[in-house]
Design a protein around this ligand. Structure first.
Ligand code: ASP
Length: 354
C-alpha cells in the first residue's frame, strides 16, 4: 500500500513539475529550395503555392493547438504538401531516369530519438505515414523498395497505383533533363569537363545527372508541441532523372532529417548527395550540442558556409525547444513558412522576403 502511495506521489510531482510549452508551440515548413525567382514565377502559380503552404501550416498547427504531438503535427502538415501536385513529394513527385516515381520520407522524434524512414517506395500515397509506421510499428528505422511498400499495405496505409504520382509537368521536366544530358554528353569530350572542383576539393560532378533548372521541391516540417517535444519530417520524390535505386538525403537520419529535444529539429532540401556527405542535419545539432552555438549560428555555419564551400545547393528549416526558428538557404529561393503560438504566421518564397 505504501508503495502504491509512493508511486502516486511521484506521478503527482512529475505532473506538477513538467514544464508546459503551450506558449511555445511552433510549426515550420518548407516546400523545397532551388532556382525560385520572381522572373520564373507567374502570379497565379505564386498564389497557388502560397495557398498550399498556408493550408499546410494551418493543418499542422491546429494539431498542436488541440494538444496533439509534434509527430502528428508534422504528419498533418506534410500530407497537405504530399497531396498537392505543386511539390516534389507524393502526388507531383519527380521522375527517375526510367520514368518512374520513387519516393523517400523520414520522421524523427526529439524526445525518444526514435526514427522511421522509407526509401524508394512506389505505391504509398503518403510516404510520411509510411515512415511514421516504420517508427511506431516496427523494430526498424528504415525500409526500402518492395518490402517497404508491402509493410505499408500490411499497416493499412492507403496504397495507390504508381500512375497516381504522374503529373505532366514533372514528366516534361524529365524529358528536358534527358535532352540536356544528351546535349551535355555530346558537347563535352568527356564527363571530366563538367566536373568542377570546389575550394575544399569536393567534386561537383552531379551537375551532369540532375539538370532540371535545379529545383528541389522536397517538403519538410519541424514542430514543437505543448509537451516540449520536437519532431522533424521530410518527404520527397528525390531528384529529376535520378538513376534507379538512387536514394537522397531526405530519408537518411542525420542528413536530411533529424530531431533531438536537447538541440533542435531539422528538415533539409537541396542536392541530396552533398547533404548526405556533409551529414547536414546532425551537424547543425552537433554544433549546438558540442560547441554551444545558437540555432541560427549552427544552421548558418552548415548551410551558408560548409555547404557553399563544398558546392552543395539547398537549405534547411530548423527549430529549437525555445521556439527559435532558422531557415537559411544558399539557393535563389526556398518555399517556407512558420506559425507561432502568438499567432504570428508567414509564408515566404524568395530570398528578399524576411
Ligand atoms: N534533397 C532531395 C534529394 O536529394 C531533393 C530536394 O530537396 O528536392 O533527394
Amino acid at each position: 500500500m505504501k508503495f502504491i502511495y509512493l508511486i502516486f506521489l511521484c506521478l503527482l510531482a512529475q505532473a506538477a513539475f513538467a514544464q508546459d510549452y503551450s506558449d511555445k508551440i511552433t510549426l515550420v515548413i518548407h516546400g523545397g529550395a532551388g532556382t525560385i525567382t520572381r522572373v520564373n514565377m507567374t502570379p497565379e502559380k505564386e498564389t497557388a503555392y502560397r495557398e498550399v503552404l498556408n493550408t499546410a501550416l494551418r493543418n499542422g498547427y491546429s494539431v498542436l493547438q488541440k494538444g496533439g504531438t509534434s509527430v502528428q503535427a508534422v504528419e498533418a502538415a506534410i500530407m497537405v504538401m504530399e497531396d498537392s501536385p505543386l511539390f516534389n513529394a507524393g502526388k507531383g513527385a519527380v521522375f527517375t531516369n526510367e520514368g518512374k516515381n520513387e519516393l523517400d520520407a523520414a520522421i524523427m522524434e526529439g524526445k525518444t530519438l526514435k526514427a522511421g524512414a522509407m526509401a524508394g517506395v512506389t505505391t504509398i500515397k503518403n510516404p510520411i505515414r509510411g515512415a511514421i509506421a516504420v517508427m511506431e510499428k516496427s523494430p526498424h528505422v528504415m525500409m526500402a523498395g518492395k518490402g517497404a511498400d508491402q509493410f505499408a499495405k500490411e499497416q493499412g496505409l492507403q496504397i495507390v497505383d504508381p500512375s497516381y504520382f504522374y503529373t505532366e509537368a514533372r514528366f516534361k521536366a524529365l524529358q528536358k533533363a534527358k535532352e540536356q544530358e544528351k546535349i551535355e554528353l555530346d558537347h563535352s569530350e568527356n564527363k571530366k569537363e563538367i566536373k568542377k572542383v570546389s575550394k575544399t576539393g569536393y567534386v561537383e560532378e552531379e551537375e551532369l545527372i540532375f539538370t532540371e533548372g535545379k529545383k528541389f521541391g522536397t517538403v519538410g516540417c519541424v514542430a514543437l508541441d505543448k509537451f516540449g517535444n520536437l519532431a522533424a519530417g521530410t518527404s520527397t520524390g528525390g531528384m529529376t532523372n535520378k538513376k534507379y535505386g538512387r536514394i537522397g538525403d531526405a530519408p537518411i537520419i542525420g542528413a536530411g532529417t533529424y530531431a533531438n529535444n536537447t538541440t533542435c529539429a531539422v528538415s533539409a532540401t537541396g542536392h541530396g548527395e552533398f547533404f548526405i556527405r556533409s551529414v547536414v542535419a546532425y551537424d547543425i545539432s552537433s554544433l549546438m550540442e558540442y560547441k554551444g552555438l545558437s540555432l541560427q549560428d549552427a544552421a548558418n555555419a552548415v548551410v551558408m558556409k560548409k555547404l557553399v564551400e563544398r558546392g552543395g545547393e539547398g537549405g534547411v528549416i530548423a527549430l529549437d525547444r525555445n521556439g527559435n526558428i532558422a531557415m537559411p538557404f544558399n539557393s535563389e529561393g526556398m518555399y517556407r513558412g512558420f506559425i507561432k503560438s502568438d499567432g504570428k504566421s508567414q509564408v515566404m518564397i524568395y530570398k528578399d522576403e524576411k
